[in-house]
Design a protein around this ligand. Structure first.
Ligand code: G3P
Length: 215
C-alpha cells in the first residue's frame, strides 16, 4: 500500500519524505488555510520535494469552474491531481478532466455508491473518509472493504485512498481491506513508528553492549 501524507505543511512533508517512505501528498482547503500561503504556492513547493501524486482541491461548485481551476492547477506540475468534492457537478468535471489526461481524486466519499459513480466518471482516485464516519457512529473501515470488494469484482482501476485517518489501526485496516493508498496525518505517521517493546529492546541491547565493554 502506498503512503501519502495528509498535510500542506512543507516542513512536515520534508521531514517525512526524508524517511524514504513517502509516495505522495494530499491537501485540502482546511489544511491549506492553516499554512498562511495560497494553494498554488504550496503545491508548487510540494512538487519540488515529493516525486509522486499531489492532490490539490478546487473551490468552484460548478463543473465549468472546476474544470477551469483544475486545468490551471494541473499546469503547475505533471504530478498534480485535481481533488473534487463528490457531487453531480464534480462527476461531470471528472469526465472532462480525465478525458484530457488529468487525474482526478474525488473526495468526501462516504458510501460505496458514491465511489462507484466517481469511478464510472473516470476518477483516478476516490477518497473515502474513515474517521468522519467513525465520528458519527458508523464503522469507517467497513466502507473501505466494501469499495475494495466492488472495485475488485469489476476490475475497476480507480485507486482507493483511505482518508480521514485518525490512528495507526485505521492504516493497517486500510491495508487489510486492499486499499491502494492511505493518506496519513503527520502525527499518525509518527505513532506508527513506535512500539514499547522496540524501545525496550533497543535499551537492553545498548545496556548489554555497555556491560560487555567493561568485561
Ligand atoms: O484526507 C482527508 C482528510 O484531510 C480529512 O481528515 O481528520 O479532517 O476528517 P479529517
Amino acid at each position: 500500500m502506498k503512503i501519502f501524507i495528509d498535510t500542506a505543511n512543507i516542513e512536515r512533508i520534508k521531514e517525512i519524505n526524508d524517511w524514504g517512505i513517502l509516495d505522495g501528498v494530499t491537501t485540502n482547503p482546511s489544511l491549506i488555510a492553516k499554512e498562511g500561503k495560497d494553494l498554488k504556492t504550496i503545491v508548487t513547493e510540494i512538487s519540488q520535494i515529493v516525486d509522486g501524486p499531489i492532490s490539490a482541491e478546487v473551490m468552484s461548485m460548478d463543473a465549468e469552474g472546476m474544470v477551469a481551476e483544475g486545468l490551471e492547477l494541473a499546469k503547475i506540475h505533471p504530478n498534480i491531481n485535481i481533488k473534487l468534492p463528490m457531487c453531480i457537478e464534480s462527476l461531470k468535471a471528472t469526465k472532462i478532466l480525465s478525458s484530457k489526461g488529468i487525474k482526478v481524486n474525488v473526495t468526501l466519499i462516504f458510501s460505496a455508491q458514491q465511489a462507484l459513480l466517481a469511478a464510472k466518471a473516470g476518477a483516478a482516485f476516490v477518497s473515502p473518509f474513515v474517521g468522519r464516519l467513525d465520528d458519527i457512529g458508523i464503522d469507517g473501515t467497513a466502507l473501505l472493504s466494501e469499495i475494495s470488494t466492488i472495485f475488485n469484482n469489476y476490475g475497476i482501476q480507480t485507486e482507493i485512498i483511505a482518508a480521514s485517518i485518525r490512528n495507526p489501526i485505521h492504516v493497517s485496516t486500510a491495508a487489510l481491506a486492499g486499499c491502494d493508498i492511505a493518506t496519513i496525518p503527520y502525527d499518525v505517521l509518527k505513532m506508527m513508528i513506535s512500539h514499547p517493546k522496540t524501545t525496550e529492546g533497543i535499551n537492553k541491547f545498548i545496556a548489554d553492549y555497555e556491560k560487555s565493554k567493561k568485561n
